[in-house]
Structure formats: C-alpha cells, structure tokens
Design a protein around this ligand. Structure first.
Ligand SMILES: *Cc1c(COP(=O)(O)O)cnc(C)c1O
Length: 389
C-alpha cells in the first residue's frame, strides 16, 4: 500500500520543487539574537539576523534566563498535567494575572501556543446561529479556528472598512456577530482599523505597537474595550512557547470549561511561565526596549525607502521589501546571506500569488551598525539583481 502512496508523495514534493516553492530550513547554532551563527557547508557562518520574531530582543535576555533557571530548580522540568485534571501551579496563575494587567482585561487563559488559543476560541463560544466576520489576510490559526466553529462565515478584503460594513450588513440576521482580525498583518506589517466589537490576534502587535508596546488597544486608545484578544509568548514576549486569550471574564470562563486545546493539552513548563512573568515586569519597569525598537524600525524604513526600495507601509516592526517574483525573492535572500544578512524570502502560499517579498523584522537588539550593514547589503544586492537602478 505505501508504495503507491510514496509515489504520490514524491510527485507532490517534486511539483513543489519545480514551482520553486520548496522550503529548506536553515540551522542556527547559537542563541537567538541579532547576531547569530548558522551552519554552512564549510563550518559556522556569522550573520546579522533580520528574520526572527525577537522584537524586543528578549530571547537571550539574562534576567529571563535567570528567572527560568531558578523556577526550574524550584519546581522541576515539566507539568505532565492538564489543568482541570491535575491542577496548575501558582506561576501559571500569576502569569495569567500579569497578562490581564498588561492588557487591562478582566481575565486570561493560557494555552500551549497562540495557534491553540485561536484554534480553541470560536467553537466553544458560537453556534450556527452566529456569524464570524473575518479579514481575508488573517493568520492560518484564526482561519482554522473559524473552520472548526459552526457559525456562518463572512470574509472581508484586508483592512477594507467598506467591505467590512457590507459583510456586517449581510450578517445582520445572525444572533451574535464577531469580527476577527490580526492586530498586525504579519506579511505586510499594516495595523488593522478597529471600530466595532472584535477579536484581535495580538501576536505581532503586543510588545511592538503603541508607545509603550501594549499593542493595538494602546495604539487606538481602546485599552480594556475589546472583547477578546489572543497572543503569543513566542514573539516579542521572550520568544519561548505559549499562547493566551485575554478579555471579558465570562468568555475566559467558558473557554476554561469548553476550549478543546486547553482541556486536552499540557500546561506550559513552569520555567517558561516564570520567564514570561519576568518579561511583563521588564516591560513595565521602563520604556527603553520599546523606544529602541521604534527608533530602529523608523531608521531602517526611512533608509530603505530613500535607497529606492518598494516598501509596504508599516506601523509595526515588520518591513516588507516588495519584489513580487517568487524566484527573485529566493535569489535575493540567498545573495543577502552571502553578504552576512539573514532574511527570508516569502512567496505563495504564505503571501498571495505575485506578491513575493523579503520580510525584514526589526528588533530592539539591533545596533545602528548592524542596521547600516543590513541596508548596505540590500542596496548592493538590489543593484546587482536589477531591483534598484
Ligand atoms: C505567530 C502567530 C501565531 C502563532 O503563535 P504561536 O504561539 O507560535 O503558535 C498566531 N497568530 C498570529 C497572527 C501569529 O503571527
């Protein structure tokens, strides 16, 4: 039986390669940071990293590492426990409280990942009587979460308020209606417009957007006003693992009773919860990391625009350098790596057909010198490949 299936899989894989869409993983052999080493054919290669979600540069932060080590010594390695069966540790409860305080929300529930938070959000709350109105560019995990729910689905063009209005009218007959959107669209870096009752996925916006990096609710002056926010501990907030849903207390309470990725999955390790807790303490201590991230982003975007690159408008720490062609984006990324600049080319199906790009992610960990090196390499490769005149 497997022989036929194997042939089928091999043909599919070959097709992906022929289309120039095959993804290879690179191997990092240092801690995650703005300067890292990757495995090369002839040994380690030093590169400046522009493709991590390490927005605040906390992935190798000494205080977080200390907090994690200490809690591992005190509380052991893993939980081996689903919370409703075997209970939870105080660290997890403290982290949930810290997240609620950070966002000005009523309660918070932790998940193993934001993928699970989104996957387990809609099905327990909404039925076939209800409507979910979803942005066309939403993250895969929101799309999957919506699919698992029986509510009627409506889709509006990315950030298009007229289309949203139309879809809201179309959904008028439904009992409850919720708009679901990313806070920052991870491939473009644009911020969603907010003017109705919504669910916002803050994965790329919390820890990045707003003067003190409290996310889109800070940006739009809507602190505590949004019904549901989801987010990750795997990006700005330390870069480890874990996700959360935070918002109205009845919503969170019902999720604790009925959300399947919460009820049927393990708790995050105590050391991860302790380090995440330290992250929220750091972010309320002062605004240094936040200011550095914003300064770095503004500097990079200004210089790249002045150099003549086609940059998507951004309000986040994501800078999409548009190349449009999938193969060119791969060639460009490979050439940049030769120059010691670590980036990724994105192309279909991660972005729409004909919208290939290099996504640069800025971090508070970048130095001015690293940014300048990155920009110089972009210009050099851009001229060689005919992207810049
Ligand atoms: C990264 C991301 C997720 C997934 O987060 P994990 O915690 O890594 O599962 C979900 N939604 C959005 C918008 C993301 O960017």
């Amino acid at each position: 039986m497997y022989q036929d299936f194997q042939k089928h899989l091999q043909a599919t894989l070959q097709q992906i390669k022929d289309d120039g869409l095959y993804k290879n993983e690179r191997v990092i052999i240092t801690p995650q940071s703005s300067a890292i080493q990757v495995k090369g054919e002839n040994g380690p290669v030093d590169v400046i990293n522009f493709c991590a979600n390490n927005y605040l540069g906390l992935a190798d932060n000494k205080e977080l590492i200390e907090a994690a080590k200490k809690r591992m010594d005190e509380r052991g390695y893993g939980m081996a426990s689903v919370r409703f069966i075997c209970g939870t540790q105080d660290t997890h409860k403290m982290l949930e409280k810290a997240i609620s305080d950070f966002f000005g929300t009523e309660d918070t529930i932790l998940y193993a990942a934001c993928f699970d938070a989104n996957g387990g959000l809609f099905e327990p709350l909404f039925t076939a009587e209800d409507a979910i109105i979803s942005d066309a560019l939403n993250h895969a995990s929101i799309i999957d979460g919506v699919r698992l729910c029986k509510a009627v689905r409506y889709r509006y063009a990315n950030g298009d308020m007229e289309d949203l209005e139309k879809q809201l009218q179309a959904a008028q007959a439904q009992r409850f209606r919720i708009i679901a959107t990313d806070g920052v669209f991870s491939m473009d870096g644009n911020v969603c417009p907010l003017d109705a009752m919504v669910m916002v996925d803050e994965s790329h916006s919390a820890g990045v957007v707003g003067k003190t990096c409290h996310g889109v609710t800070e940006q739009y002056n809507l602190r505590g006003k949004i019904e549901v926010l989801t987010g990750t501990l795997g990006k700005a907030f330390g870069g480890s693992v874990g996700g959360f849903t935070t918002g109205k207390k009845e919503i969170i309470d019902l999720l604790r009773q009925r959300s399947r990725p919460y009820l049927f999955s393990n708790s995050i390790p105590p050391m991860v919860a302790a380090a995440a807790l330290k992250t929220f303490e750091l972010l309320t201590r002062d605004n240094k990391l936040q200011d550095t991230l914003h300064d770095n982003t503004n500097y990079f975007v200004e210089k790249m625009t002045a150099a003549g690159f086609d940059i998507k408008p951004t309000q986040s720490a994501i800078c999409a350098v548009m190349l449009y062609d999938a193969r060119l984006s791969q060639e460009f990324a490979a050439a940049l790596q030769e120059e010691g600049i670590y980036v990724t080319g994105f192309y279909y199906p991660v972005v729409p057909q004909g919208q290939a790009r290099i996504r640069v992610q800025l971090s508070a960990a970048h130095t001015r010198e690293q940014l300048d090196k990155g920009i110089a390499a972009f210009v050099k490769v851009g001229k060689r490949l005919g992207v810049l005149k």
